[in-house]
Design a binder for this molecule. Structure first.
Ligand code: SAJ
Length: 412
């Protein structure tokens, strides 16, 4: 068999490798020529543990190739981004473009799977976009058998930093436009997934994915709110959570400087925009977490005001520990807010995964990227924003005599 995957990003590329190593010829398609060139050389354009070796192996074996043209194939997986618009509705333009590019290549019996996180109804739209361009093909409709093309949603749910493990071990939800579509799409995931494959309808699969991330967002918001409340009552939030979590049915997450990444800060809005009147808790959680970088920056500024000419070290820029991704990072937002509020203050920024200041920070002349030890050495105030492993180790040796603000509870 031959399978094409549209989008060679954090999801498409690992999925391509997982399938290619099962003896299927996989063609990775991407609109970015640099990505196509990198994958063709067997290289990965981003950092993810164990991915690089897997990609170079699959390319060397001739199982994985990359191109910018949509090829003919037996199955197509769409793994393109679904960002959000100004008004927080989903931007489906990449999904729509992918569906319309696949349409002319389709032959009877082909399977089309949407993996991109999408609002309820998107898989149905994918079927519609294809059907409009290909009136010669019978598209799946409920209660109708004998379709030529099978369309389903199988949302990705891997955790950045653990993608290569979770892509194999996670259970998968496969929602078809019809039960037969789900069954057909499941056959692809049975090639490499060791977890259970759960069959359902497309809208339930779409909603389940959004709910998973909204669940996490609401729970992080709970922890972040506890942090504010505890501080105002002069109680240590980490101690409170540690104790409460010893109850058999309580499992509170960690407060932090905010919620980043491309999924958790975005996906809950797709639920809110689908049912605005009813999504009160989900919306409020989003607002609590979005407000977090401001809360943290305000506290740093207040600490700085106790000094005449302080120097600040901010440790961590990525959106979470042990990844190299600074997009949608609350740490970047915190650093920017501090730099803006304290233009006279020298701020050293350090992150083992980052070698140039991210775009949003490039305009501040009081910011400098530094090694962690030098940064801490020279600082009066040390702010821990990401609990990267090398930072954790600094706890006992380097922080004496400094004002320390540990937003992640990593130095307790
Ligand atoms: N965070 C906290 N406190 C916590 C946990 C996380 O502040 O206790 C912060 C992190 O630092 C980060 C953000 O939340 O800024 C999100 O990190 P994460 O590790 O919770 O999740 P992601 O964005 O890396 O991946 C999530 C995962 N979803 C769930 O765990 C429900 C992953 O399984 C999904 O596949 C992914 O979103 C996605 O692509 O949707």
């Amino acid at each position: 068999g031959r399978l094409a995957i549209l989008g060679m990003g954090y999801i498409g590329l690992p999925t391509a490798v997982a399938i290619a190593t099962r003896g299927v010829d996989v063609i990775g398609v991407d609109i970015n020529p640099a990505t196509v060139a990198a994958v063709s050389r067997g290289e990965v354009p981003f950092v993810e543990p164990d991915l690089a070796i897997a990609v170079s192996g699959a390319v060397a074996m001739g199982r994985l190739t990359a191109t910018s043209e949509i090829p003919e194939a037996d199955a197509f997986i769409i793994a393109v981004p679904t960002p959000f618009n100004e008004d927080r509705t989903a931007d489906l333009s990449y999904v729509e473009a992918a569906a319309k590019q696949i349409a002319p290549r389709l032959r009877p019996g082909n399977i089309v799977v949407l993996e991109s996180t999408s609002p309820p109804g998107t898989t149905e739209k994918v079927g519609g976009w294809i059907g409009d361009l290909r009136p010669d093909l019978r598209m799946p409709r409920d209660g109708e058998t004998g379709a030529d093309i099978f369309v389903a949603h199988c949302p990705e749910r891997v955790l950045p930093g653990r993608i290569m493990i979770e892509i194999v071990t996670n259970d998968r939800v496969v929602g078809g436009l019809t039960p037969r579509c789900a069954e057909k799409a499941a056959s692809i995931y049975r090639l490499f997934a060791q977890g259970e494959i759960l069959l359902t309808d497309a809208a339930s699969a779409e909603m389940a994915k959004l709910v998973e991330n909204a669940y996490r967002d609401v729970n992080i918001a709970f922890a972040n709110e506890l942090s504010l409340i505890s501080e105002s009552l002069h109680i240590d939030v980490w101690e409170v959570i540690r104790l409460a979590n010893r109850h058999p049915r309580v499992s509170i997450l960690n407060p932090g400087p905010g919620v980043g990444g491309h999924c958790i800060p975005v996906d809950p809005w797709f639920i809110v925009s689908a049912a605005p009147q009813l999504s009160r808790l989900i919306r409020t959680a989003r607002e609590v977490n979005d407000r977090r970088p401001h809360d943290v920056a305000e506290r740093v500024v207040a600490k700085a005001q106790r000094f005449r000419a302080p120097t600040i070290a901010c440790l961590g820029l990525t959106f979470k520990a042990n990844v190299d991704d600074v997009r949608e990072s609350p740490a970047v937002e915190v650093v920017g807010l501090i730099a803006k509020a304290l233009p006279e203050v020298e701020i050293f920024v350090s992150d083992p995964y980052v070698s140039t200041l991210p775009g949003p920070l490039s305009g501040y002349s009081n910011l400098r990227l530094e090694g962690a030890y030098q940064a801490v050495e020279r600082a009066d105030i040390v702010v821990l924003l990401v609990e990267h492993e090398p930072f954790k180790a600094m706890r006992h040796t380097r922080l004496g005599g400094k004002v320390v603000y540990d937003t992640r509870g990593a130095w307790r």
